[in-house]
Design a protein around this ligand. Structure first.
Ligand SMILES: Cc1ncc(COP(=O)(O)O)c(C=O)c1O
Length: 386
């Protein structure tokens, strides 16, 4: 088998378009020169359109996790209380970041597969009569469970209380609808390696006017993630320290592709792929981890595995050339995940379902091969005809 040709269907890092790979081979430039400023301006202005904001988008060299820290240290004061709303492993990780930074963290946890219930958030905030809670942290899309939260409604509830609403959209932005300004989100953060079709290594974050005002006076110590330093440099289309120039070339190319497709077009493509994947999974007789299908993610599908998921993934990878993702933390032995975000098209979903069916058969699960693919094909066909 030609092992080099393998389909990467994990929820990040995602495959990258050839134009994006090629863009990174450009010669290095002076990061204080005009060519760099032009590049940085183009990228940050392009990102504003993807974030749907009129606010600046700050681009840091780093992983998505850096955005969690940047959100907190720029807007809060030492010892402040925050509310962590968690529906999975990434929610837990942001909780741990806030705890390690010394904030008083209150928690609202939901079972794996559940979405955050805005009413429970409203109840929790209503208990906070002294308005101690300064920020609410929530995932737009919980990659570990394949569930999308209703960030728009959550934001409304949080703004009624007055806290800042901070949204991790690492596996949402670009793939799933998000309107930073219209929904009144105070902080939105993401990474390059998911729907934005780039390699890992860029962390992007935007702050509302309210959040930027908080950053003017707050006293959390910070250096690397300092918004004020980034803003001062941005006035010259520069960065406070050496930027990841090759990745910015990649991002410029990826944003060009996204602009050609249109953001709405990308949202529609992801919705179609999500629907195809769920139809296929159900046709195999399998259960989605998402308890309510209306909250199932269109960028990653988490499936309760009827066989050992590690074996399933190994067979899918080694015999059928498709890489699926496993579960995280407590879900490691229970689920597998099919990522369908970024530089992924409906045909890739068909291939992933075909490989999953065959791998399940190889693992002894009774499955009639072709059913999942047929169900997904029908969804695709119906979408063409409607
Ligand atoms: C929802 C979510 N938040 C945060 C992260 C962390 O990003 P990174 O691994 O780039 O630090 C991820 C990574 O998969 C994610 O899916």
């Amino acid at each position: 088998m030609l092992r080099e040709k393998s389909l990467l269907m994990i929820p990040g890092p995602t495959p990258i378009p050839p134009q994006v790979a090629a863009a990174m081979t450009q010669p290095m430039i002076n990061h204080r020169g005009e060519a760099f400023s032009a590049l940085f301006e183009e990228v940050t202005e392009g990102l504003k359109k993807v974030f749907r904001t009129g606010q600046p988008v700050y681009v840091f060299p780093g992983a998505g996790s850096g955005g969690w820290e940047a959100a907190l240290v720029n807007t809060l004061n030492p010892g402040d209380t925050v509310l962590s709303v968690s529906v999975g492993d990434f929610g837990e990780r942001w909780f741990r970041v806030a705890t390690k930074l010394g904030f008083a963290v209150e928690r609202l946890q939901f079972e794996p597969g559940e979405a955050a219930d805005p009413e429970r958030i409203a109840e929790k905030l209503a208990e906070d009569r002294e308005k101690k809670i300064k920020a609410v942290l929530v995932q737009h899309n919980e990659t570990s469970t394949g569930v999308t939260n209703d960030v728009r409604t959550i934001a409304r509830v949080v703004r009624e209380h007055g806290a800042l609403i901070m949204v991790d959209s690492v596996s949402g932005l670009g793939a799933l609808p998000l309107e930073m300004d219209e929904w009144g989100l105070d902080v939105v953060l993401t990474g390059a390696q998911k729907a934005l079709m780039c390699p890992p290594g860029l962390s992007m974050i935007a702050f509302s006017e309210r959040a930027r005002a908080a950053a003017e006076t707050n006293t959390m110590p910070r250096f690397y993630w300092d918004l004020k330093a980034a803003q001062n440099s941005l006035l010259k289309w520069q960065t406070p320290y050496t930027p990841a120039i090759s990745l910015l070339y990649a991002m410029r190319a990826a944003l060009g592709l996204l602009e050609a497709e249109t953001l709405e077009g990308s949202w529609a493509r992801h919705r179609l792929m999500g629907e195809m994947c769920r139809a296929g999974v159900k046709a195999m007789g399998l259960t989605l981890l998402a308890r309510n299908e209306a909250t199932a993610s269109n960028s990653v599908t988490a499936v309760v595995s009827p066989v050992d998921p590690k074996r399933l993934r190994k067979v899918a990878r080694e015999q059928f050339g498709v890489q699926l993702a496993g579960g995280q933390a407590d879900l490691a032995d229970k689920i597998f995940r099919i990522g369908h975000l970024g530089y992924v098209v409906p045909g890739d979903v068909l291939q992933a379902l075909a490989a999953t069916e065959m791998a399940l058969a190889q693992c002894g699960y009774e499955v009639q091969v072709g059913r999942a693919v047929a169900a997904a094909q029908q969804v695709w066909l119906d979408a063409q005809q409607s």
